[in-house]
Design a protein around this ligand. Structure first.
Ligand SMILES: Nc1nc2c(c(=O)[nH]1)N[C@H]1C(S)=C(S)[C@@H](COP(=O)(O)O)O[C@H]1N2
Ligand SMILES: [Mo]
Length: 330
């Protein structure tokens, strides 16, 4: 982001490019087998997705029921677990895409408490185990679009953030929600660096935070989150650029004014508060019209996909922005 002088893809090979070809072809063969015979394409894509979703990292299982929330079941092929967990942005552990997977082993995810504070009737410290049980865990398959120009499809496990918000009862003057990430210099080697003003802070308007697609996330691929993906709890907001989805959250604060967020503080002209995925509003240094899907292969020469308005979730979230100038409120 800030440190990148041009669009993504020029610095590091993605894992799919360095995975031996054989491994890929075997998987393709398997999928072809699944797709064969009378099964037909629809069935095959379900089978393929199931096969994919079951392939995790050997962490503790965290099963979720298939979500009934509109838009929560992308039919696209999920990104391979290996790609989704070795190509990450988690600057507390380093700015290279491979750094979080290498360095986040030091993150201590138990005990873990999340402080709910600010304009709320039931403030307090909530233990992670209680948060996990607060509502039924659901499987949600979302697209994730990074502002740098790459995307993935990830099967998350969690429940709507709205469930927690309803339980803690915000006061009438709470208009925004702020999310604060852990900033522990002892376990996070880059928190001492000046890349960002730590802790990593993000925020949403109250109606965005209450939208059923906004996910309080505890797992992926049927397991608990690996550290590099934001364990033990993160936010995922699928219609916004990925940096709005803060990882390893320790504080949720209800406030009256639009919060000052980490990337906005670092470069206000590049990273706005809203940061809805929008192919028609370019980043000052690159176009946002297309994206590279991680795992598509072909490296830098892979065919780029067209980026969709609100990352494909316009039917669900477009109404939240009715009457707003999205070029001004980027
Ligand atoms: N605490 C924290 N959260 C963060 C980031 C970060 O550097 N620190 N990076 C963001 C960015 S830029 C993206 S694209 C997503 C990436 O999530 P993923 O690595 O799980 O794909 O996490 C977001 N959340
Ligand atoms: Mo990002």
């Amino acid at each position: 982001m800030l440190i990148h002088s041009r669009n993504d893809g020029f610095n590091h090979p993605v894992p799919s490019e360095i995975t031996p070809r054989g491994a890929y072809e075997n998987r393709r063969d398997m999928l072809k087998l699944l797709a064969g015979g009378a099964a037909g394409t629809a069935l095959a894509s379900w089978a393929a997705r199931d096969a994919m979703a079951q392939t995790g990292g050997g962490l503790a299982k965290l099963p979720g029921a298939k979500s009934a929330v509109a838009g929560a079941q992308s039919m696209e092929k999920a990104t391979e677990y290996k790609d989704a967990t070795t190509y990450n942005n988690f600057y507390e552990f380093g700015t290279d895409k491979a750094d979080p997977a290498k360095n986040a082993g030091t993150l201590k995810t138990r005990p873990w408490t999340v402080e709910v504070e600010g304009l709320v009737k039931k403030p307090g410290k909530y233990g992670i185990e209680d948060l996990i049980k607060l509502s039924a865990q659901e499987d949600r398959i979302y697209r994730l679009r990074c502002v740098e120009g790459w995307s993935m499809v990830i099967p998350w496990v969690g429940y709507s953030l709205a469930e927690l918000i309803k339980k803690v009862e915000p006061q009438g003057n709470a208009k925004f929600v702020e999310f604060v990430t852990l900033a522990d210099p002892k376990t996070m080697p880059f928190v001492g660096s000046r890349v960002l003003d730590w802790p990593y802070v993000e925020g949403l308007r109250m109606d965005e935070a209450m939208h059923p697609l906004t996910l309080l996330t505890f797992g992926m691929y049927g397991e608990v989150l690996p550290n590099q993906s934001g364990a033990p709890m993160r936010i995922v907001v699928p219609w916004k650029y990925g940096f709005k989805s803060g990882k390893s959250i320790v504080k949720i604060r209800f406030v009256e004014k639009e919060p000052s967020t980490a990337w906005n503080k670092a470069a206000a002209n590049e990273y706005g508060f809203y940061s809805n995925v929008n192919p028609n509003v370019d980043h000052p240094r690159w176009s946002q019209a297309t994206e590279r899907r991680i795992g598509d292969g072909g490296g830098l020469f892979a065919k780029r996909r067209k980026t969709e308005m609100f990352n494909g979730y316009e039917a669900q979230v477009g109404q939240l922005y009715a009457g707003m100038d999205l070029k001004k409120n980027y």
